[in-house]
Design a protein around this ligand. Structure first.
Ligand code: ADP
Ligand code: MG
Length: 293
């Protein structure tokens, strides 16, 4: 390989938002057949968003979002921010709150449009002698069984609904995975999260192979195990927990939005935090190699 051609390749990489540690990295991309993808922060945003709105009969979902959203808008909690953002997107400007109180570890309360509103755990409602209807309790339990966070909403002495917040798949992830497949690579989803959540995310982006409930320190062993099966593995990750696995992989790709430790352990850094750039990176490296040979 001529050094000049390799440098041209890496320069083009920088334009695409890919930082390549050394030209020798390009060589290892040729034999890759498997791409292990970390879930949270890589395939998903790693940020909570409002995912579901459930109300009892006779309660308008937008009305509930106005009241609950207004209340949560006054709180800094990640659950509260997700609800306030989701509510504002759906119903527009949120009304003002009077007498806002944050009850640490339980939820929030306050007066919105003359209604005494509670948002939080079932225990918060019980403190006010309010109970979820059996139907809402079932909805809440089902969401929690899928690994999501569900909070209750009540006003004027009655439980009215349940809001579900969850981490969400990045809008570019499904296309990125389709592109990786087109390059002949098999995607594998790797996560410490529970099986139900992992499978739901995998289904959303069309990944068949899921390895869930892996402790942070065991991610590197998963990569070793795949390599022992004769697979040549690229790993894409963003977190501190991914550093050892990124270093063990035949090719380590770090999300530029991730931690310094992950970036340090990787061969390639994807500056934009967009998974499609992983496919770009592999395509570019292969093309650069072809030019050289
Ligand atoms: P964690 O243990 O995950 O840090 P917290 O102790 O902050 O969570 O809160 C525990 C639970 O209390 C949350 O899972 C949620 O059910 C409820 N909660 C706390 N704050 C809020 C809020 N602002 N809005 C809705 N629910 C809340
Ligand atoms: Mg906390």
């Amino acid at each position: 390989a001529t050094p000049t051609a390799l440098l041209v390749g890496t320069g083009r990489g920088a334009q695409l938002g890919i930082l390549i540690k050394g030209p020798e990295v390009l060589e290892s991309t040729r034999r890759i057949d498997t791409v292990v993808l970390d879930k949270t922060g890589t395939v998903t945003t790693g940020r909570m968003a409002l995912a579901e709105v459930h109300t009892v009969d006779g309660v308008d979902a937008d009305e509930m979002l106005r009241l609950a959203g207004a209340l949560e808008n006054a709180s800094e909690h990640p659950i509260a921010q997700a609800i306030a953002r989701g509510a504002a997107e759906r119903v527009g400007a949120l009304p003002a709150v009077e007498g806002f109180t944050n009850i640490e570890g339980l939820g929030v309360q306050g007066i919105v449009d003359g209604h005494a509103v509670l948002v939080g755990r079932t225990a918060l409602l019980e403190d006010w002698s309010q109970r979820l209807t059996p139907e809402l309790a079932k909805t809440k339990a089902a969401a929690e069984a899928r690994g999501k966070t569900a909070v209750a909403v009540a006003w004027d002495g009655q439980a009215r609904g349940v809001l579900v917040v969850a981490d969400t798949v990045k809008p570019t992830s499904a296309e990125a995975i389709a592109q990786l497949r087109k390059l002949g690579l098999t995607p594998v989803l790797l996560t410490g999260d529970n099986e139900a959540v992992a499978k739901a995310v995998a289904a959303e982006v069309s990944i068949d192979e899921v390895i869930a409930e892996v402790l942070p320190q065991d991610k590197v062993d998963v990569v070793k195990r795949l390599q022992a099966q004769g697979r040549v593995v690229a790993m894409v990750g963003d977190g501190v927990n991914d550093a050892a696995a990124l270093a063990q992989a035949d090719l380590g790709l770090a999300m530029g939005t991730g931690t310094d430790v992950a970036i340090e352990a990787s061969d390639l850094t994807l500056v934009r935090g967009d998974l499609r750039v992983a496919a770009d990176a592999i395509r570019l490296s292969r093309r650069t190699l072809r030019t050289i040979k």
